[in-house]
Ligand binder design. Structure first.
Ligand SMILES: [Fe+2]
Length: 349
């Protein structure tokens, strides 16, 4: 039996119904996938879906991959059964098709999250990665309006998963990346803020609306020059002036899609307001700041402190909470701050 690894008939090329090859097996050890492919668990593929990426299997004893199914062909129950019967639990995808894979995961998250055969942490990681991937597209500011329904769907998954139980919430905290990227920060703030909202008794619809505001809260940074966002050391006055525009820019961009509710826009617009009146852009005081925006402000600062930044290293949860308590107590709602402490003390270090 021979496989032509270069043959890939493409979307219209139909299915390569390769008979189950004897020469294929699981890779022996993890982490030995050569550049150009990445592995995923077979269980990720949902029956009766059409993956828009090609599926490869590893050739036994070789660092080579055989095309098993070309992209655009339906993955059926019989395929899954055959692979499982041959003890093939992992499949391989070309790195060049990673974006198609991410979209596939995003489209099938509901089924993946409902599947009890996946560990909670795996579900959280897939959810987290799908969210950061989508935000990367949003921050490129191309056809944002088309992507808002996808954002809304992802936020619903985040809310439903993070509020499912303490184990799910903790696993979401665990998979958070604390590298300094706006997309990571946006998802982190969404997870933390939604958990805070859940903790104070907001209902699901309120959490969805809050979540959309949270995940898009820094959208306005897409209009600000990278050299200012990534600057090492303190910003000068003119750079600060530019940075302070990002809540307004973000709300304007989101509003232009005509798909973001006024309440979610308020979260974006007010996420840097402080209860002490020392925030921006308007310097509002606590009673003037919407509850959802106060949640955003708290989650935003906590995540910033626990993230590695160009000008300061990441603090652990305890140190961040201590700093917020000592130096920023008047900036946050007392009750919300208590709720944050309560949430984080449920998480083992
Ligand atoms: Fe911000």
């Amino acid at each position: 039996m021979t496989y032509n690894l270069n043959r890939d008939p493409g979307v219209d090329g139909g299915i390569i119904e390769a008979p189950m090859p004897q020469a294929l097996e699981l890779p022996k050890t993890k982490g030995e996938v050569p550049y150009g492919y990445f592995r995923i668990p077979l269980g990720i593929l949902q029956v009766d879906t059409i993956p828009w990426f090609s599926i490869y299997l590893r050739v036994q004893g070789k660092r080579e991959y055989a095309l098993y199914k070309s992209r655009g062909s339906k993955f059926k129950e019989e395929h899954k059964d055959k692979l499982s019967a041959n003890r093939i639990n992992e499949i391989f995808i070309k790195s060049s098709e990673r974006r198609l894979y991410s979209k596939y995961i995003e489209d099938n998250l509901k089924e993946i999250i409902a599947d009890d055969s996946f560990a909670i942490e795996k579900k959280s990681r897939l959810l987290y990665n799908s969210s950061t991937e989508l935000l990367r597209e949003i921050f490129n500011r191309t056809q944002i309006a088309d992507k808002i329904p996808r954002v809304a769907r992802l936020v619903r998954h985040i809310v439903d998963h993070a509020c499912q139980g303490i184990e799910e919430f903790i696993s979401m905290l665990d998979v958070m990346s604390h590298d300094y990227y706006t997309v990571n920060h946006s998802v982190n703030v969404c997870i933390l803020g939604v958990a805070l909202g859940n903790g104070i008794g907001l209902d699901r619809d309120e959490l969805y609306e809050l979540g959309i505001g949270l995940i898009l809260h820094d959208l306005g940074k897409s209009k600000i020059d990278e050299s200012i966002l990534m600057k090492k050391g303190p910003l000068n006055d003119s750079e600060w002036k530019i940075i302070k525009n990002h809540p307004t820019y973000g709300a304007e961009i989101a509003e232009s899609t005509k798909q973001v509710t006024p309440l979610s826009l308020t979260v974006i617009r007010q996420h840097h307001e402080k209860c002490s009146g020392k925030g921006y852009p308007l310097g509002l005081y606590e009673p003037q700041i919407h509850l959802f925006s106060r949640i955003a402000a708290l989650a935003d600062v906590y995540d910033a402190l626990t993230t590695e930044r160009p000008y300061s290293s990441a603090r652990n949860a305890f140190s961040a909470i201590q700093l917020m308590q000592k130096e920023m107590a008047n900036d946050f709602s007392r009750d919300l701050f208590k709720e944050l402490v309560l949430l984080l003390t449920n998480k083992p270090e």
